[in-house]
Ligand binder design. Structure first.
Ligand code: ADP
Ligand code: MG
Length: 397
């Protein structure tokens, strides 16, 4: 789960991280008051979307101006004007894809005098099963780009969970970034509090790009991107409350309410599968037969008829779906339950596209019988490749 930059900064500030003073603005008419509460003489007006690269992005609408989603203002009036220009517009960055994202929140913050831009991140390294600290002198750039062109400019190491964060970790980062004097101590403190926040809040990723050295020599967190482990939200209520549902795919949001593992994709074949491995295999085989999956959907082991019905509704609500492949291996999940769920869903929402059902495992005969007696126009398949071949053929002719 992701949160906005301004929320990330508030959270990190509560741990003691140095951030600029700022105000979030949801309505253009509040911009002037918000900017007026800050010191100036420089204001930065920042579009809040769950994607990076805002500064170098562009808006789809011409009235939002040519330049990106991070703009400097020299007066309260200018900050207000920029807020008006950006609110409600669609910002396209290399992370949003060509469709872009609508800007519904603006963060106005004090401008900083930047001497150097650095990069600092903490993330869960699945290879070492530890928290890794990544730093680079090349702040403000895409770290993927730095990694590709000048990997020697990136320092990365992991922290032993038995000791946790130690001051030498911070010194190592500070020295590699060329920090000096009091800056070293600042870095040791900063990394310590970031590590604490990372562990306590069940983060998956914490990226500060850029961390700046200001002209007065002090460090400041200028941008912050936090990602949290969705499975930990049951014990992170204050983080869960920061969720901005407008940033999420509406179908994925709906699926999460029913505890379905659903990821929207761009293809034309809707998939309903149980088990993540089988779901992956189903997506692969659809591709093998020349079509593209419209989604990843794992209804899970203990799905009820209601859950199956909701899953089916989510798939059919996707305009891109030209055909549906139900591929179930009944283990804990019984085939007759799936069959009943599919039929209940079709009765409720109708069926405008071809449907191929492949059932195997527990109560398979009962499941097939329920479907055969339903009077619905369902194409039965005997195995995985048969199912994929039939649905691709039904869709593509
Ligand atoms: P993004 O990474 O989405 O482009 P950032 O918050 O990193 O957004 O902003 C892009 C750039 O804008 C930064 O690298 C920095 O140069 C400048 N910038 C951002 N916030 C401020 C600020 N408060 N004061 C001065 N410059 C800023
Ligand atoms: Mg940034």
């Amino acid at each position: 789960m992701n949160i906005h930059e301004y929320q990330a900064k508030q959270l990190l500030k509560s741990y003691g991280a140095p951030v600029s003073d700022g105000r979030v603005v949801l309505k253009a008419e509040d911009a002037k008051t918000a900017a007026g509460e800050l010191d100036g003489p420089l204001w930065v007006v920042k579009a809040q979307i769950h994607a990076g690269g805002r500064g170098k992005g562009h808006f789809k609408e011409s009235e939002a101006g040519e330049k990106g989603g991070v703009r400097l203002a020299k007066s309260v009036e200018e900050a207000e004007m920029l807020t008006k220009q950006m609110l409600g517009k669609t910002l396209v960055t290399h992370q949003t894809g060509p469709a872009g994202k609508q800007v519904n929140r603006i963060y106005i913050e004090d401008g900083s005098d930047i001497e150097r831009e650095l990069y600092l991140a903490l993330l869960v390294d699945r290879v070492t099963s530890r928290v890794s600290i990544v730093s680079s002198t090349e702040g403000g750039m895409d770290i993927e780009e730095v990694a590709a062109s000048t990997p020697e400019k990136i320092l990365s190491f992991s922290v032993d969970p038995a000791t946790g964060y130690q001051a030498f970790h911070g010194r190592r980062v500070a020295f590699s970034l060329g920090l000096q004097g009091p800056q070293v101590k600042q870095m040791v403190n900063l990394l310590g509090l970031l590590y604490k926040a990372f562990i306590e809040k069940d983060m998956e990723m914490l990226e500060i790009n850029p961390l700046i050295v200001m002209t007065d020599g002090n460090l400041k967190v200028l941008d912050a991107k936090l990602g949290f482990d969705g499975n930990a939200m049951y014990r992170q209520h204050d983080v869960a409350n920061l969720r901005d549902e407008t940033e999420e795919d509406s179908k994925e949001l709906e699926a999460s309410k029913y505890d379905l593992n659903y990821i929207a994709l761009d293809g034309e074949i809707g998939c309903m599968v149980n088990g993540a491995g089988l779901a992956m295999a189903t997506m692969d085989i659809i591709k093998l037969y020349g079509a593209e999956p419209a989604n990843f959907l794992d209804v899970g082991g203990g799905a009820t008829k209601e859950k199956v019905t909701e899953a089916f509704k989510i798939i059919t609500s996707d305009k891109n779906v030209k055909g549906i492949l139900v591929n179930i291996f009944g283990g804990i999940m019984r085939c007759d339950i799936i069959a009943e769920g599919v039929i209940a869903a079709v009765k409720e929402v109708g069926l405008k596209v071809p449907l191929v059902v492949r059932l195997e495992g527990t109560n398979v005969e009962k499941g097939k019988e329920i479907i055969a007696n339903s009077g619905l126009n369902v194409i039965a398949a005997d195995n995985l490749s048969d199912g994929a071949e039939k649905i691709v053929k039904a869709v593509k002719g």
